[in-house]
Design a protein around this ligand. Structure first.
Ligand SMILES: Nc1ncnc2c1ncn2[C@@H]1O[C@H](COP(=O)(O)OP(=O)(O)O)[C@@H](O)[C@H]1O
Ligand SMILES: [Mg+2]
Length: 254
């Protein structure tokens, strides 16, 4: 089973070290949850996995399926099948959903050295993806994220998942104020798409989401490192007890 393997990762932004020797393995066939207090570095981790240019890796490696991608560009990572759902999707008035989807799908094909899709073939694929993501067909003629509700933006992300079929999907939900409808949409999508063909790294501090999506593995992040790993019982424990005991354990081990 292919895996995303992160070893001893140190990452800085403007000289400030944010990830401080992080180890994490995400398997393609499993749902991984990443939890941790605000400011522990969860979003930074998601961004560095995707190759965000503002982040500097000063030590350590990121590899995918045995290939070192620490220095790979964002396009190359996307082409390898790493996908990040956008926490704050941009609205692009004047660009219809269908046009945007065709653009990203063709960009993926071009990166693989394939010809652009014929309109007819695209339409068939888009229809199939919309069925999978449980999205009404008239969605495709709307302008991208323009006036979309929180739940509709999440549907848009699921549509991208259904179409691009990534190997690993990273969903960073931490700071977005998702209502219950949006959370339900995300949960249904993860439950539907995650499996042998797609792994997921679900970043959240909403335990609510992790009651709707059952993670196979839970990783707890604290001050730039993964400090604890376990099963879904960790979700309940963090919900009941907060992060204080994690801090105490880390300090006791130091
Ligand atoms: N662009 C940036 N410039 C400076 N500091 C940043 C930047 N992005 C994040 N940080 C800092 O890095 C730390 C981790 O942030 P973040 O990864 O967003 O944590 P989390 O997602 O777990 O809340 C915080 O102390 C934050 O202030
Ligand atoms: Mg965050």
């Amino acid at each position: 089973m292919a895996e995303l393997e992160i070893k001893n990762l140190h990452v800085s932004v403007e000289e400030k070290e944010i990830l401080k020797g992080l180890d994490l393995t995400v398997e393609k066939g499993r749902i991984h949850a990443l939890m941790g207090p605000n400011g522990s570095g969860k979003s930074t981790l998601a961004n560095v996995i995707m190759g965000h240019p503002a982040l500097e890796v000063t030590e350590g490696t990121i590899s995918w399926d045995g290939e070192d991608i620490t220095d790979a560009g964002p396009d190359e990572r996307a082409q390898l099948g790493l996908f990040m759902a956008f926490q704050y999707p941009v609205a692009i008035p004047g660009v219809a959903v269908s046009k945007y989807l065709r653009m990203i799908l063709n960009a993926q094909r071009e990166a693989r050295g394939e010809q652009p899709l014929k309109i007819k073939d695209f339409a068939a694929q888009a229809r199939e993806a919309m069925d999978l993501a449980n999205i009404p067909q008239d969605f495709s003629s709307r302008y991208l994220n323009d006036g979309f509700s929180g739940g509709e933006k999440k549907r848009m992300e699921l549509l991208q998942l259904a179409l691009l079929k990534p190997q690993i999907a990273i969903l960073d939900e931490t700071d977005s104020g998702l209502d219950i409808d949006a959370l339900r949409t995300v949960a249904d999508g993860i439950n539907k798409f995650a499996g042998p063909d797609m792994g997921a790294l679900v970043i959240t501090h909403y335990q609510r989401l992790l009651h709707m999506v059952e993670p196979d593995v839970v990783h707890v992040m604290f001050e730039g490192r993964i400090v604890k790993e376990g099963g879904k019982e960790l979700v309940d424990q963090l919900e009941a007890e907060g992060y204080g005991w994690i801090k105490e354990e880390v300090e006791a081990a130091a």
